[in-house]
Design a protein around this ligand. Sequence first.
Ligand SMILES: N[C@@H](CCC(=O)N[C@@H](CS)C(=O)NCC(=O)O)C(=O)O
Length: 205
Amino acid sequence: MLTLHFAPNSRAVRTLWLLEELGLEYELNRMDFHPKDLKSDAHRARHPLGRIPVLEDGDVTIWESGAIAEYILERHKNGGLKPSPDASNYPKYLQWFHYCEGMVMPPINTIVVHTILLPPERRDETALGQAQRLLGRAVQPVEEDMVGKEYLAGDFTAADTMLGHSIMMANRMGIVNDAHPNLLGYIERLKARPALQKAFEFDTV
Ligand SMILES: N[C@@H](CCC(=O)N[C@@H](CS)C(=O)NCC(=O)O)C(=O)O
């Protein structure tokens, strides 16, 4: 049985969403997004930094949302929701899948730190402004690439559970806005998916 270690308002919803899209059975260890749970000895034994998501599968424990997605696709769905390597949309799938944690999440992390996590007196307006500009530049190629497409790789794939989630976060932060009509349409399509609605029952983006 797969067990997802999860807390609301986090990247862990990506894994939940993917599990729902694939129709896999899983157990959810729903923790609070709070050090009492995430930095507990029990959770640090699963993830040395006390972060989420973490997936357990028998004697396997794996963390990093992208690695977890690949693990699920390879071990439990035989490549479902992932184009085969010789498919024309495979390079695009790979690119957008990894663009999420590589390019879009770093400025999002900085924005969260300087708007929510740090106490007001330690927030840095310069760092915040830089991250907002960086995020604005990072979402632009996604906006341009969405022309005439429903999803990042054409068909819905696991890349959408990764980068699609980040695009929704950037929208909540006001960085994806009316200047990004293709991304706004994309977000509406994602939100209409029953699997995402199910995942959101446990979460808010
Ligand atoms: N690159 C990692 C990031 C993991 C991560 O930082 N998760 C956040 C939640 S979105 C977390 O656990 N934060 C708790 C903390 O920093 O204490 C991934 O994609 O899984």
